[in-house]
Design a protein around this ligand. Structure first.
Ligand code: MOS
Length: 737
């Protein structure tokens, strides 16, 4: 039996505030934590299967052209090699995985440098790697001189993505008439997802059906992608993805190793494991596009925006449809009736671009919030006050009401926690020895999404419960959060709720992407539990409001019955189905926050050290204070990366990603990360989900880098408009350096 909800109107019941168990929101440690730290939690590549062969991908050494010959015989003659496979189907081109195979593509076509072109399968990994490296491949390559490799190339063909644009009023006129105006162009380098666990798959073929262990975010979508890629009916494919060592967008779709391992297993009748090397992950898996962003802010004498322009340029490889949605939050965050918000796109011959850690806001908010700092400087208004003055009453383009929005509270509570003093923002005033010290802040905003999800919950005769849905836990906390939702609704200790995830044979969850996993699939768990409560009420002959479930007992009136007795040996199983509906069309729903940071910049070298950072966030109901905090901390760490170190660099001659490893593409590590404080403002968002919770996975990065950039300006007076803000760029503006 299914309890289905299409979310067509806000849920004002505050249902989870009126339960007896009191487990929702508690800072529970991850239930699977001990298994993970002790190594007993098996990740995709770690299953030990009898007779498993090892595959290594061979990647193209040209940017564009055709493979004319692969010396398979020589490859097969190498020690241990079992097969050399160059099946066109293994080239999964779409970075978003929406199309597992590209049917209009020839087997030999190469579209980007390092595109997989073959798989070498051998008895051992070393043999496969050796043969893959030595495999002789001939190409008919297009002359790189004829290709556009760089967005700065004049031959790049830019076009406006019209349906995404906002053209409202007359921005140039507003700029000309404004009391204060900012017109600044910023650039950001490309990013990679950089999940710790590389993309990895073990495929098994039993002659009829395919089972793959793979590291994936969206099983419900990945199953049809894989079935389509290997030409099998969907009911002959099963995907298992119980633990995922980070995705950050890079595992939204299936990747080439998944298709290659599957085809090899099907061809050879033995299990085949394919794990990408770190360099392959970097060069094959989608990047976040580099961007150019022109910001125009027109304000009245009090700093109120009358106009706002945000025009972005982002790229992808030919054939891909995704372009970084840079202006996503600019559409709803601040007011101003004259609006020109435009996304420009071009295809160039870089590796595929796709969703990476808060697509859109991660780079868009950073630049919008730097421009707001420039406006604060121009007007002499405290940057916190400037933002408070610019919070609109309703959506500035379509007049929709906002869902719950705690931006003002985040700005105020964050400022207080940090000890913010915005009274004198003259830069370059504080010096400690050779360090210039400054503070900076920025708003955070990230759009809120819901998807479609089913989850099955069984209340077992022994008084424990089981939650089952195919969504994977990519490190965000689903195992724990779902045990808390079911525990709260059914009156059980979360330890007594077994959560089964990451198996496509279970009911289809929403997948983990766009921060919608917990609010969507968590709502499906909630709905299933509501139906179980109804069944218990029927047994007791009471109304739902009169039923109290706590610690395995049902209480109604003066009757207290153990669930085990009430169940009488029979489980109650219900499915919850959650679907987004009218509510997210009627309301502009988003998460909000504010970042505050103090940095020290070396007066001689331009090196920036982030000294401390506070993030205040409004995410609706907090489902687990510890996992939510961890999400925000992670986001703020990315913010340090965005601001200071992360950037992709491409070879101008052959177009390859030059710093494609974790040594040269520097993510913040412990030595880069200061004391950080995360606080949540009290919030219930009835328009966000029946849980009154919103997604939190990506919010922590959306503007965090701007707080650091603004602090660097405050410390030094140097405004670097090219991210990441590396020492050389700061140094260029420092008088002593
Ligand atoms: Mo996300 S970048 O939608 O996993």
């Amino acid at each position: 039996m299914t309890n289905a909800l299409t979310f067509d109107k806000p849920d004002e019941r505050d249902r989870l505030d009126h339960m007896a168990q009191g487990t929702i929101g508690q800072p529970l440690s991850r239930l699977e934590g001990p298994a993970k730290v002790s190594g007993t939690a098996l990740y995709a590549a770690e299953y030990a299967l009898e007779g498993c062969l090892e595959g290594v991908l061979v990647t193209a050494t040209i940017i564009k052209g055709r493979v004319t010959a692969i010396d398979k015989d020589a490859g097969l003659a190498m020690p241990g090699v079992v097969a050399v496979i160059d099946d066109a189907r293994m080239i999964s081109r779409s970075a978003q995985g929406t199309a597992g195979k590209a049917p209009d593509q020839n087997a030999q076509d190469v579209y980007y440098f390092a595109q997989p072109i073959a798989l070498v399968v051998a008895e051992t990994f070393e043999q496969a790697r050796d043969a893959a490296k030595r495999l002789h491949v001939e190409y008919a390559a297009e002359d790189p001189e004829t290709l556009v490799l760089d967005p700065e190339d004049r031959r790049a063909q830019w076009s406006e993505q019209k349906p995404k644009s906002v053209h409202q009023g007359d921005l140039p006129h507003a700029m000309a008439a404004a009391a204060h105006a900012v017109d600044a162009t910023y650039t950001t380098e490309g990013h990679i997802s950089a999940a710790m666990e590389p993309h990895a798959t073990i495929a098994e073929w039993d002659g009829e059906a395919l089972t793959v262990h793979s590291s994936l975010q969206m099983l419900n979508f990945n199953l049809p992608e894989l079935a389509d890629s290997v030409d099998l009916p969907e009911d002959k494919v099963r995907i298992i993805s119980r633990y995922v060592g980070g995705g950050f967008g890079s595992k939204l779709g299936i990747s080439p190793e998944c298709v290659a391992a599957s085809l090899a297993a099907m061809a050879l009748g033995r299990p085949v494991r394919v794990v990408m090397s770190r360099q392959q992950v970097c060069q094959i898996i989608n990047r976040r596009s580099e961007t150019t962003q022109r910001l125009r802010l027109a304000a009245d004498p009090e700093g109120r925006l009358v106009g706002i322009g945000h025009e972005s340029h982002a790229t992808n490889v030919p054939g891909e449809s995704f372009f970084e949605p840079v202006i996503q939050a600019t559409k709803f965050l601040y007011g101003g009736e004259h609006r020109l918000l435009v996304q420009n796109a071009a295809t160039i011959h870089r590796m595929p671009a796709g969703s990476v850690r808060a697509p859109g806001e991660a780079v868009g908010m950073n630049i919008l919030e730097c421009a707001m700092d420039e406006l604060a400087q121009a007007t002499g208004i405290d940057p916190v006050e400037l933002r408070l003055r610019n919070i609109p009453d309703k959506h500035p383009s379509d007049d929709r009401p906002y869902a719950s929005r705690k931006l003002a509270e985040c700005l105020q509570e964050g400022a207080e926690a940090f000890g913010w003093d915005g009274s004198d923002r003259t830069p370059g005033q504080r010096r400690e020895g050779e360090w210039l010290v400054g503070t900076g802040m920025a708003s955070a905003a990230r759009i809120h999404f819901l998807g479609t999800a089913e989850a099955r919950v069984s209340l077992q005769p022994d008084g424990t419960a089981e939650v089952a849905t195919d969504i994977s836990d990519i490190g965000t906390g689903h195992y724990t959060i779902f045990s808390q939702i079911a525990g709260e609704m059914l009156g059980l200790d979360p330890e007594d709720v077994l959560v089964r995830l990451g198996d496509s044979s279970l009911p289809a969850g929403s997948g983990s992407g766009g921060s919608w996993g917990a609010p969507t699939t968590g709502s499906a768990v909630f709905l299933a539990c509501e139906a179980i409560r109804t069944a218990l009420c029927d047994k007791l002959g009471c109304g739902e409001e009169d039923l109290t479930l706590k610690d395995g007992f049902a209480t109604y009136g003066n009757q207290r019955t153990a669930l085990t007795d009430l169940l009488g040996g029979e489980a109650i199983t219900r499915t919850g189905r959650m679907e987004s509906g009218q509510t997210l069309k009627d309301f502009a729903a988003a998460t909000y926050g504010a970042f505050f940071t103090e940095v020290a910049v070396n007066a001689w070298t331009g090196e920036t050290r982030v000294r401390r950072m506070v993030g205040a966030f409004g995410i609706g109901r907090v489902l687990n204070a510890k996992t939510a905090r961890s999400q925000c901390l992670g986001g703020m760490v990315w913010g340090i990366g965005c601001a200071l170190t992360e950037g992709q660099f491409f070879d101008p001659v052959d177009g390859h990603f030059v710093n494609g490893d974790l040594a040269e593409y520097h993510l913040p590590v412990h030595a880069d990360i200061p004391e950080m404080e995360v606080l949540f403002v009290e919030e219930r968002d009835a328009a966000a989900s029946p849980l009154q919770a919103k997604g939190v996975g990506e919010l922590g990065v959306c503007g965090a880098g701007a707080a650091i950039a603004n602090a660097i300006y405050n410390a030094t007076g140097v405004r670097v408009r090219d991210f990441p803000i590396t020492p050389d760029k700061v140094m260029a503006g420092l008088p002593e350096a």
